[in-house]
Each structure stands twice: as C-alpha cells, then as structure tokens.
Design a protein around this ligand. Structure first.
Ligand code: NAI
Ligand code: 15L
Length: 269
C-alpha cells in the first residue's frame, strides 16, 4: 500500500482535531476536514453530520485514508451516543467501503476497557487483548467501533488501526493522566504510524507517550513503527503534591477509566 497522503479528518473542529490539523501537515498529509460544526481557519471544510451518508460518501471520495475523530467524546445519554458514535461510525465505514477507501484510523478510547483494574506493582501491564470492559455508554460505543472495524476487515478488507487513546492534551492534569498521557506530538507520530504501517488488518493499540508510569502495553503501537518521544514524569511532582497518589480503595482511581467509572461519572475532575 502506498503511503497515504490525502486524509479525511473527521471531528476536525474538536480538541484533538485542532491539534492534528496543526501537526499532521508536517508529515506530508493534505487534509480534508469534516465536522458538524464549522472548522475555524478551514473555509473548505465539509460541514456535515455523521448521519448524512451522502455527505460522507462525497467526503471520503478520493482520499487515501480517514482519521476518524468525530463523535461525542464524553459520557452522554444512550440515544445521543447511539446516533453520533454507533450509527455515525457505521455510516462512515459504509461510505468508506462504497468509495474503496483502504484504511481508517479509529479514535477508540481507554474507556472501551475502563473497568479494567490497574495492575498492581510487579504485575504486567494491561495487554491490548484484555477483555473489553466499557465503563460508560461512551466506552461501549468505542467497543462497538472496534468490533465494527474487525467486521469491515474480515468481510471487506478495509483496514483499521483502533487507537485506545489515553488523554491527549498539551499537559497531563491529574495523577491518573501521568500513566495515560499522550502528548500532542506523540499523538501525531502515532497516527502517522497507524496510517502508514503495512498490513495492519485490524490492529488495536493503546495511545500514550512513553510515560515512566505507563501501565498498559505499547508493544502493538511500537510494532507499527511508533516511537514515542515524550514522558509525563516532569509533571509528576507537582500533580502528586496537589492530589496525593492514586488510592486503590477508590474505584475512580483503582480502575483504568478513572472518573468515568463512577455513577454518575465525575468529570471534569
Ligand atoms: P471533541 O469533543 O473536542 O471533538 C469531537 C468533534 O466531533 C467535535 O468537533 C464535534 O463537533 C464533532 N462531532 C460530534 N458529533 C458529530 C457528528 N454527529 N457528526 C460530525 N461531527 C461530530 O473530542 P476530542 O477530544 O477532540 O476527541 C476526538 C476523538 O478522540 C473522539 O472520538 C474521542 O472520543 C476520542 N478520544 C479522545 C481523547 C482525548 O484525550 N482527547 C481520549 C480518548 C478518545
Ligand atoms: C476520553 O475518551 C475522552 O474523550 C477525553 O476527553 C479524556 O477524558 C480521556 O478519555 C481520559 O480518559 O482522560
């Protein structure tokens, strides 16, 4: 497969979409942007809802690959998650299949496995094939997306890398994030690797930087050619002084999904 160059970026107006619009062109991508909201500074962006199959077909026509970031990015009522994340992702995959797109990089989330306990000291890191344990309807939609990706690979030969993103933001803002932080620059490196690695079929990876306090397995991400360069550790002393260390007796701290696992989810924290 030749290196993709023309890339449809869904969710381009969002936090991650905005960071990737700034970072991915340096890797040689020409971006076509899509969002249900206008995308600031991108007059040619497609303004469309993921429910609009005709608009999606037109948007994916001729692109080499899709970076699918659009959707609801936090917990929400099931009906909203159903429409945007479950049905919306299905519509995108159908449009891609119909137009012959070869690869999608899917923004999955740590919340697809958010009910997984953090490993204790000395235990191995959480593997990518740990059983799916969503912590919310939101996490459930990401679990669905991973299954959808597997189906479209097995039935239609449409490749996907599902990236279970930790927390991608300029700086980690909690002790939990020290383990799952993905710096924006590493995010761009990881998405580039996911877009260009050969023969991925459907591959699931965790999305984080090379954090000293990493507690999940980055092997499958590294196998794509991803070499993370950042580490959250310089932020650790300040965050630990503010919050103290994680309390294994508190479900919001003992489980991967953190504040999402409580009912109702405690967010933002
Ligand atoms: P965000 O909420 O800032 O951006 C999502 C974008 O999707 C928004 O611009 C929104 O207008 C658009 N959107 C929502 N529903 C849509 C629809 N029906 N049709 C078209 N566009 C729609 O979220 P963020 O932080 O940029 O995350 C991007 C993706 O990465 C999301 O899928 C999120 O679940 C996933 N993710 C992000 C993480 C992070 O740390 N930022 C962590 C884990 C996963
Ligand atoms: C996610 O899936 C969210 O989209 C993001 O906003 C963060 O909250 C992240 O998980 C997290 O777990 O910190």
């Amino acid at each position: 497969m030749p290196e993709p160059r023309t890339l449809l970026l869904t969710g381009a107006a969002g936090a991650l979409g905005t960071m990737m619009r700034n970072l991915l062109p340096a890797f040689g991508y020409e971006l076509r942007c899509l969002d249900v909201r206008p995308v600031e500074g991108e007059p040619d962006a497609v303004t469309a809802d993921l429910a609009d199959r005709a608009a999606l077909r037109e948007a994916v026509r001729g692109v080499d690959a899709v970076l699918h970031l659009a959707g609801i990015s936090l917990e929400a009522p099931f009906e909203k998650i159903l429409r945007a994340n479950i049905e919306g992702t299905y519509h995108l995959y159908e449009a891609a299949r119909e137009e012959g797109v070869r690869r999608i990089v899917f923004a999955s989330s740590n919340h697809a496995v958010g009910h997984t306990p953090w490993p204790r000291p000395g235990e191995p890191p959480i593997p990518v094939d740990t059983p799916r344990r969503p912590d919310t309807f939101y996490g459930l939609s990401k679990s669905f997306g991973e299954d959808l990706a597997q189906l479209y690979w097995d039935r239609h030969g449409l490749e996907t890398v599902s990236v279970r993103i930790g927390s991608c933001r300029p700086e980690p803002t909690s002790v939990r994030m020290l383990s799952i932080w993905l710096s924006p620059a590493d995010g761009a490196r990881l998405f580039h690797a996911a877009l260009t690695a050969p023969d991925v079929g459907h591959t699931v990876v965790y999305g984080s930087s090379a954090n000293t306090r990493l507690r999940w397995d980055l092997t499958s991400a590294r196998a794509l050619g991803y070499t993370p360069c950042d580490d959250s550790e310089p932020y650790a002393a300040r965050l630990l002084a503010d919050e103290g260390d994680l309390d294994p007796a508190d479900p919001a701290q003992a489980l991967l999904g953190g504040p999402f696992v409580t009912d109702p989810p405690v967010w933002p924290h």
